[in-house]
Design a protein around this ligand. Sequence first.
Ligand code: MG
Length: 247
Amino acid sequence: MGVPQDEKDERCIVWLDIDNTLYSASAGISHAMGERIHAYFVGMGLPDEEASKLHHRYYSQYGLAIRGLVRHHEIDPLDFDRKCDGSLPLEELLKPDPVLRKLLQDIDRSKVRVWALTNAYYTHANRVLRILGVDDLIEGVVFCDYSDPEFNCKPEPEFYHNAMRVANVTEPEKCYFVDDSLANIKAARKLGWGHCVHFCERGLLHVEGGKPKYIGSDVKEGPDTEGIAAITKVDELRTVWPEIFKH
Ligand SMILES: [Mg+2]
């Protein structure tokens, strides 16, 4: 979901994932989020171990724990969002990022538009962008609409199709996309998105689906995995996408 753009825009479009892409996993947000989601599962009456298992299963299967919860447990997704993302102490964990801000300022807007593409609800997305100090540099946000019981999320193809519809993009090859989830990147590539980059802070410990994991431990080493460019700092987008920056 997002505010649809009616007018056709011939420029290419940059889609930025938000969580663990626009800020480093070292901020500890995935850890704090994992704890809250775990507490939610336990709050549904599941024993500790069962809660961990199911949390990880839904994350792996659907790309998002909440997707499985809505599908199999008929939970109220907005209640989930309030208790999980909504209660994160983001103001303590994140701060304005001048390097990211400069990166976004240096993108040549005569060539591309810059949008966010997130599996979070819009409240969390906007909050993160505001704290990082880049909300004014993002032209649109396509988010997961938890208020719709049939909502889609990355890496479901329908989510990407909807994003293109919302931004009024007809040619997938005009899409630039960076995300810390390789599954999300691969799904976009399958749909023909032209310039996909995997943000991979290799070796950093974070939490995925409630479980601690060293980032990149399941991804082959090297600058290029199955033809997908990988970067460890968002600023490296200048190198992999030189054509969209002001010179
Ligand atoms: Mg992410």
